[in-house]
Ligand binder design. Structure first.
Ligand SMILES: Cc1cc2nc3c(=O)[nH]c(=O)nc-3n(C[C@H](O)[C@H](O)[C@H](O)COP(=O)(O)O)c2cc1C
Length: 335
């Protein structure tokens, strides 16, 4: 029997991490079907793209997805502030600044994890963003970068940025190596150090501290919540999305019955049909569904059918129905 987190939970007690190319609006819509209360993050959107690009395409956010936090990438305080002003019109529940991504592309724009070395600039960004944002501005960061990896360095960073008014920090509990490791390696090679994040919460009790990195089970979530205010889940939420239904039922909302995988996918049909009618390709939605039956009989048939058939020209909802029939046929008690 799991400990119920509700009713003392805040909106950030459990969240799904921002993930480029993964947590787009179709993915968020799918995830929301499994949980009413988990906070969902967008992919990172750069402030330059928002200011100069197609705002509607970049920021489109349906009421059915909410609560959703918009993650911004950037390091120009004025441009970030301008992006926040635009975002006010799209009803996000939070704006988050990315100070954790180590990719070369992001570094060449001088933002992401490399900003950890410039706490004063991050503080300035937060200050300007807060002036223009209708919602709370938060930071997602690492526990260090390169040789700037002492606990004192981290405390100094948090102290300077929180002095600018940021009250909520999400910490990916490993440092980033800015040279020599790919973003993927930077999510695996540097060791996780949860204790450092717990210590940060002890030393900054007035701040909301959310832990991120390597969380895959309900037991791990419960463990972390003894020491920090919230848990952000990245890859596990995407690769095994049914985890979100389990979190909702076992940890957050006991009144919501544990949905079956079949119920979840059937409740996604109206959305898929509506999007298809607007010209959205089936595969752009079904690619987020591939992990739903992970660990069940038929998972491989499900994945294979969707991967092979959904991208075909004119593919419609019948492809998903066929994949479901394959799952049903391979297992009589799929939940
Ligand atoms: C495909 C992918 C894309 C990501 N994109 C972003 C991003 O846009 N912004 C960000 O702050 N972190 C990004 N991350 C990092 C995740 O938010 C998270 O911090 C990381 O995966 C560690 O959490 P996990 O071990 O639960 O996956 C990305 C991770 C993945 C796997």
């Amino acid at each position: 029997m799991k400990t119920m987190i509700h009713p003392n939970s805040t909106k950030r007690t459990i969240s799904v991490a921002p993930m480029m190319d993964w947590t787009d609006r179709h993915c968020r819509h799918f995830h929301r079907l499994m949980s009413d209360s988990i906070l969902l993050y967008t992919e990172m959107v750069t402030s330059a793209a928002i200011v100069l690009g197609n705002k509607h395409i970049l920021l489109q956010n349906e009421p059915a997805e909410q609560p959703v936090a918009l993650q911004l990438g950037g390091s120009d305080p004025e441009q970030l502030a301008a992006a926040c002003e635009v975002a006010n019109g799209f009803h996000y529940d939070e704006v988050n600044l990315n100070v954790g991504c180590p990719s070369d592309r992001v570094q060449s724009g001088a933002f992401g994890a490399c900003l950890m070395a410039k706490p004063q600039l991050v503080a300035e960004c937060i200050d300007r963003m807060r002036q223009n944002s209708a919602v709370e501005v938060t930071v997602k960061t690492r526990i260090g970068i390169d040789d700037l990896d002492s606990y004192e360095f981290l405390c100094d960073f948090i102290a300077q940025v929180s002095a600018a008014g940021c009250r909520s920090f999400t910490l990916h509990a490993r440092k980033a190596w800015l040279q020599g490791l790919s973003p993927k390696q930077n999510r695996e090679v540097p060791e996780l150090d949860y204790e450092r994040v717990y210590r940060l919460k002890r030393d900054f009790p007035q701040l909301e501290i959310i832990i991120n990195g390597g969380v895959t089970t309900l037991d791990q979530i419960e463990q972390h919540l003894q020491f920090v205010d919230g848990v952000m889940i990245g890859r596990a939420a995407y690769q095994k999305p049914y985890l979100l239904a389990e979190i909702e039922h076992h940890l957050l909302n006991p009144d919501k019955p544990l949905l079956t995988r079949m119920q979840i996918i059937e409740s996604f049909f109206p959305y898929m049909e509506q999007q298809l009618s607007q010209g959205v390709k089936l595969s752009t939605m079904t690619r987020h569904l591939l992990g739903l039956f992970q660990g069940c009989y038929g998972a491989k048939l499900w994945r294979r059918h969707l991967s092979q058939q959904a991208f075909r020209e004119g593919a419609g909802i019948e492809i998903v129905q066929q994949a479901l029939t394959l799952v049903r046929g391979s297992y009589t008690h799929v939940t």
